[in-house]
Design a protein around this ligand. Structure first.
Ligand SMILES: O=C(CO)COP(=O)(O)O
Length: 248
C-alpha cells in the first residue's frame, strides 16, 4: 500500500495530480490512497475511483457543537474511504493524547472508514530511552481493544524522520515494525497478524526500493513526495516490484 498525505497543501487545481497518480497505480498490484485536506475530499472522490481518497483526521464525537471540526460521517459522506488518525503533527499542534486518538479511531471505524493509526518517537525519546517500548505503549493506548483489524493500518513515523530528509535506517525500521506487530497482536489477538504496518518519514523515489524491500514493511506513508504524480510514481513502482516478488 502506498498512501500519500498532502497535509495542509493543495488546491482544487492541484487535484489534477490525482490523475497521474491513478495512472501510475493502474498497472501496479498496489493499493494507492491519497489523504487530502477536508475541503478537497468531495471533489477528489467525485473525480475518479482511483486513487482511494482519505482524510487526515476526524472528530471523536459523531456530531455536535464542535465549531470547525469535521466528523467521520461527513468524511464518509464526502466519498472518502479512510482517514489518518493520530498523526504526530496533530498530537503536537492540537494536543491529541493517546486517549483522544483511541476515541477518534473508534468513531472512524464505526462510521465505516478505514484508519491509518500513526505512532512514532521523537528524537529525544530515541536518544534517551527505548523507542520501541514508547511506540508499543502508544499502540496499546491508541487502539481500542475491540478495533476491527480489517479496517486498520498502522504507520510507524519517527518524528525526526518526518520532513527532515533523513529516513530511519532499514535496521531501525525492521526492529520497531517487529515490535509493533507484537503489540498489535497483544491488543487485538490473532487478527492483528494481518494489520498492514507502513513506514513514513522522508520516503522518496530514491529510498523507496530499500524501505519497501524490508520484509516487515507492508507499505509507506508519504508526505512531501506525494504532492505530485511525478514524485509519487517511482514509489508506486517500487511497491509494485516488491509486491510481485512476495507473490513469487
Ligand atoms: O508525515 C509524513 C506522512 O504522514 C511524512 O512526511 P514526509 O514524507 O514529508 O517526511
Amino acid at each position: 500500500m502506498v498512501v500519500g498525505n498532502w497535509k495542509m497543501h493543495g488546491s482544487s487545481a492541484a487535484l489534477v495530480e490525482l490523475d497521474g497518480i491513478a495512472e501510475a497505480a493502474r498497472h501496479a498490484r498496489v493499493d494507492v490512497a491519497v489523504c487530502l485536506p477536508a475541503t478537497l475530499l468531495m471533489a477528489a472522490a467525485q473525480r475518479a475511483r482511483d486513487p482511494i481518497i482519505g482524510a487526515q483526521d476526524c472528530h471523536a464525537h459523531a456530531s455536535g457543537s464542535h465549531t470547525g471540526d469535521v466528523s467521520a460521517a461527513m468524511i464518509a459522506d464526502a466519498g472518502a474511504r479512510l482517514t489518518i488518525i493520530g498523526h504526530s503533527e496533530r498530537r503536537r499542534d492540537h494536543g491529541e493524547t493517546d486517549a483522544i486518538v483511541n476515541a477518534k479511531l473508534d468513531t472512524a471505524i464505526a462510521h465505516g472508514l478505514g484508519v491509518i493509526l500513526c505512532v512514532g518517537e521523537s528524537e529525544a525519546q530515541r536518544r534517551e530511552g527505548d523507542p520501541a517500548a514508547f511506540v508499543c505503549r502508544q499502540v496499546a493506548a491508541s487502539l481500542p481493544a475491540q478495533a476491527r483489524a480489517d479496517r486498520l493500518m498502522i504507520a510507524y513515523e519517527p518524528l525526526w524522520a518526518i520532513g527532515s530528509g533523513r529516513s530511519a535506517s532499514g535496521e531501525q525500521i525492521a526492529t520497531i515494525h517487529t515490535d509493533i506487530r507484537r503489540a498489535v497482536q497483544d491488543r487485538l489477538g490473532d487478527q492483528g497478524a494481518d494489520v498492514p504496518i507502513l513506514y513514513g518519514g522522508s520516503v522518496t523515489g530514491d529510498n523507496a526500493d530499500a524501505i519497501l524491500g524490508l520484509e516487515t514493511v507492508d507499505g509507506v506513508l508519504v508526505g512531501g513526495a506525494s504532492l505530485t504524480a511525478e514524485r509519487l510514481a517511482p514509489i508506486i513502482a517500487a511497491a509494485a516490484r516488491h509486491s510481485l516478488s512476495r507473490l513469487r
